[in-house]
Design a protein around this ligand. Sequence first.
Ligand SMILES: Nc1ncnc2c1ncn2[C@@H]1O[C@H](COP(=O)(O)OP(=O)(O)OP(=O)(O)O)[C@@H](O)[C@H]1O
Length: 279
Amino acid sequence: MALLTPDPTGTTPRPGGEHVARVRGHHRSFGDVHVLRDIDLDVRHGEIVALLGRSGCGKSTLLRSLAHLDPAPAGEIEVNGRTGVAFQEPRLLNWRTVHQNVALALLNGPERKQRFALAEQTLAEVGLAEKLDAWPLQLSGGQAQRVSLARALVSNPSLLLLDEPFSALDALTRIEMHQLVIELWRRHSMAILLVTHDVDEALALADRLVVMDGGRIGRTWEITLPRSDRVPSQPDIARTRAEVLVALGVKPTPPNPRRDPVTGELGPSNHQPAKRGAA
Ligand SMILES: Nc1ncnc2c1ncn2[C@@H]1O[C@H](COP(=O)(O)OP(=O)(O)OP(=O)(O)O)[C@@H](O)[C@H]1O
C-alpha cells in the first residue's frame, strides 16, 4: 500500500505527532534489481538525520520516495507536511533570474506578489539579498547551492531533504554551508534528512546517524549531546566516527608510526639527515 500525503497547495498545518516522516516496509526495484528492501525509518520533528552508505546502496532512491518524486513507491511512506529538496547539483533554470528560480517553487501557492516577497526574504536568509536579479550562470558554486537551499526552504517545509548538497564544494565553502544549514534549521523549526558520504559532515550536523547497507537500514547512532556541546566532546565523536566507518566497511586505520627514512626503524624520529660535509 502506498500512503502518500503530498501537499501541493501548502495548506497542511504542522502536525502535532512525533514523526514528520514514517516509512514502513518500503521496497523499490528497478527491473530485477532490488534497490531498497523492507526499509523502516522515522524522522522526528525538528531532528537532523544523516543517511550514510556506500555508493549505490539506495540513499537517493529512498530520498526520492520521501520527496514524492518516485512514481512507484511500495510500502507505507507517510510525510506530515511539506518537503523541500536540494540536490548535489543546484538544478537552477539558467534562463530565469535567481529571484524567479526561488519564486517558482511557490507556483501552486500564494499569489504572485507574495511569492516574490517570500522568495526575496528567503534569499536574504541564505545571504543572497544582493543577487535577486543575477542569472544562475553568474553565480559561484556555493552561491548557486545557496539558491537551491532557498528554493527548498521557501515553502517552509517541515522536512528538508538534502541529497549530498555540499559534496561538489570546496572545503571552506562546505564549512560555511554547514553553519548556514544549522542557522536555517534553528530558524525554521524543521527536520532535515541529509544524504551524505561524508562521516565528518554527518557528525557535524546530525542528531542521528543511520547507515544503509545493501538496500537495508543498518546501524543507527543517536548523538545525544546538545549541539552546542558537540565540539568539546571529541572522544565520543571519535568513537562514533570509528564505529560508523566500520559499519560502512572501512577498515579501522592502524596506528601510523613513522618509519625513519634513514634507519628504516618504526617510531617517532627526530633524525635529521647529516649535512653534506659534516664531520
Ligand atoms: N531510475 C532508475 N532506473 C534504474 N536503476 C536505478 C534508477 N535509479 C537508481 N537506480 C539504481 O539503484 C541503485 C541505487 O541508486 P541510488 O542513486 O539510490 O544510490 P545512492 O546510494 O544514492 O548512490 P550514490 O551515493 O552514488 O549517489 C543503483 O544501482 C542505481 O543504478
